[in-house]
Design a protein. Sequence first.
Length: 365
Amino acid sequence: MITISLCMIVKNEEEVLARCLDTVKDIVDEINIVDTGSSDKTVEIAKKYTDRVFYFEWIDDFAAARNESFKYATKDYILYLDADDVLLEEDQEKLKNLKKTLDPSVDSVSMYYNAGMDSYGNVTLTYRRNRLVKRSRNFQWKGDCHQYLEVYGKVINSDVAVTHKKISHSVGRNLSIYEKKLERGDTFTPRDYFYYGNELRENGYYEKAIENYNHNIEMKEGWIEDKVYACINKADCYRFLGKLDEEIASLYESFRFSKTPRPESCSRIGYYYQRNKEYQSAIYWYTLATELEDDFNKWSFTYPAYSTWYPHLQMCVCYYNLQDFKRSYYHNEKAREYRPDDERILFNKELLESKVSREVLEKEG
């Protein structure tokens, strides 16, 4: 059976660190925690779980800090987590089984990263990350912001998921890192343009975000999946700016890179037509969003809402406007499967039950 070193970088994580470590302490064989300048009780909490607590001066470079944490690993494989990550019970069992059965020739194991959850327990964003890597391969982190682990060799995809449960969000921190890169005159990669665009969009700088997404799209280099979402995210910026022709053009542009439609683009296209009161066209795209099959081996972002409750809720509205109350009710019920206490859905349910009953009574009369 393989052995595992957990490696983490932390700073002021007193609210969440114990929660994270409690979910993995009985699975890993070693815990290494690198503190980058905490002023709270983070280090004190860490020392309750391990005597392998180290220090590293924060230099606005996540990759440097993560590479430092990896230096302290002594076991066969390295598992990394953030302090606001957890392994749910079912994933703890999956990881235990993986540890018992993993072929030592494997260089890296990817796991799902459930980066967001709604109040109903639905995953809002998920994607794969190389999460468990062979220590002897000395894989390195790249990128000072939105870093990635450069991995090669024998990689397998697992069904284990790490769940992100953040309490707070460092607004503007990543944006500041990119702006310092610009001030230094650093050369931006396609990945840099994509993630800088995301930071700009999330902070309301839509015009600048579009500019950076376009830089990513225009470069021949870069991951094709980033270009897909550069188009989709650019469309969101155009919508926020009220530039609807550019919005729909950007959504269709995403097909140039994805080759086949994604639920994330289909639902947005449906919403575009819905806003224009072209309900049949909207229904077409919403229906397609619910029918597309998810790929187990897909590495890029997946936003499950766009293939589940969201298109069904919007079809409820579309069919209501078409006076087809039975279909409207059906899709509202499909949405309710995912969000049983959503006030909008419950309001629709009450309204549509009276409509459908009246419709039935009128037919019988």
